[in-house]
Design a protein around this ligand. Structure first.
Ligand SMILES: [Mn+2]
Length: 297
């Protein structure tokens, strides 16, 4: 399976600066060499300027969505060419574009999304307390936000096809949205209580044979394991758990595209987290070559 590395240089979906540099940092350190000969490296030509996002701001919304619109087109195109789009954020608002692109390729009802994240990112403009778009990604993908936060046609991803794993910071206003839409939620404490293997088994049944877009936010990992991100939180998962989950997801579903978001290289002075990320990418590259080629034919 040929891989395309897509840059999503957006940090204005959040109140912090730095994640928009992640792609350039990783490519400068030769991330592409992990993905074989035929890897395509696709920087986004026009960069989002590294200013902080402003809450509930029309201009910020327009700038965030401009990146997502371009991502949407690129993800669609790479999928149509039979390649695997691997989107590197940027903050998690980038996934508005990548999910829209994946769902345009498969049909929204046919697509499952597995969302590995310390948050649930399912606020609407009404429920959001902070007004930052990186907390509204899934609500946008489900068509619950206004047209301003919609890429192309409304995506209307179904709640029952969304699986959020590892969350441990959920707003009061997000619970009713999760419940009403039947989103599958596996919070970090549930993973510990039930055991990782039991949750992976249930998740595998939910996505078996289905097209999957996988969205990985580095704050899924415990803040002590991986600290170069804007929202560093305790009680997260470790890299071994992530590997097990990735193994389960790739072997059960037909993973067609993936995001890796919220890495902030400006907070990674000694490069420790970059090294962790490279290990994760190396593992992912192996899974893509084992599982993705056969199933897309
Ligand atoms: Mn997130």
């Amino acid at each position: 399976m040929k891989i395309s590395l897509l840059e999503a240089p957006v940090c204005k979906g959040s109140p912090t600066v730095g994640s928009q540099e992640a792609f350039r940092d990783l490519i400068a350190n030769r991330l592409q060499t992990l993905f074989g000969e035929d890897v395509r490296v696709l920087p986004m030509e026009e960069d989002a300027s590294p200013r902080r996002g402003e809450a509930f701001s029309d201009q910020t919304t327009e700038e965030v969505m401009s990146v997502s619109r371009r991502l949407y087109e690129t993800v669609r195109r790479e999928l149509a060419e039979g390649r695997f789009p691997l989107v590197i954020g940027g903050d998690h608002s980038a996934a508005i574009g990548s999910i829209a692109g994946a769902s345009a390729a498969t049909g929204a009802e046919t697509l499952s999304v597995v969302y590995l994240d310390g948050h649930t990112d399912i606020n609407t403009e009404e429920s959001s307390l902070t007004g930052y778009i990186h907390g509204m990604t899934l609500a946008s993908a489900m068509g619950l936000c206004s047209d301003r936060l919609t890429v192309g046609r409304k995506v209307n991803l179904l709640g029952k096809n969304i699986h959020i794993v590892g969350a441990r910071s959920i707003d009061d206003g997000e619970y009713p949205i999760l419940r009403k839409n039947g989103v599958h939620l596996y919070p970090a404490d549930e993973l510990r209580r039930r055991g990782l293997a039991a949750v992976i088994e249930e998740l595998r049944r939910g996505i078996a044979g289905r097209f999957v877009h996988l969205s990985f936010d580095v704050d899924f990992l415990d803040g002590a394991v991986f600290s170069s991100t804007s929202y560093r939180m305790p009680d997260g998962m470790d890299v071994a758990a992530l590997r097990q989950l990735l193994d389960g997801i790739f072997s059960a579903g037909r993973v067609i595209s993936m995001d890796v978001v919220e890495y902030n290289p400006l907070l990674d002075a000694d490069g420790r987290d970059r090294k962790t990320l490279f290990d994760i990418f190396r593992h992912t590259a192996g899974l893509i070559s084992s599982y993705c080629a056969a199933k897309t034919e």
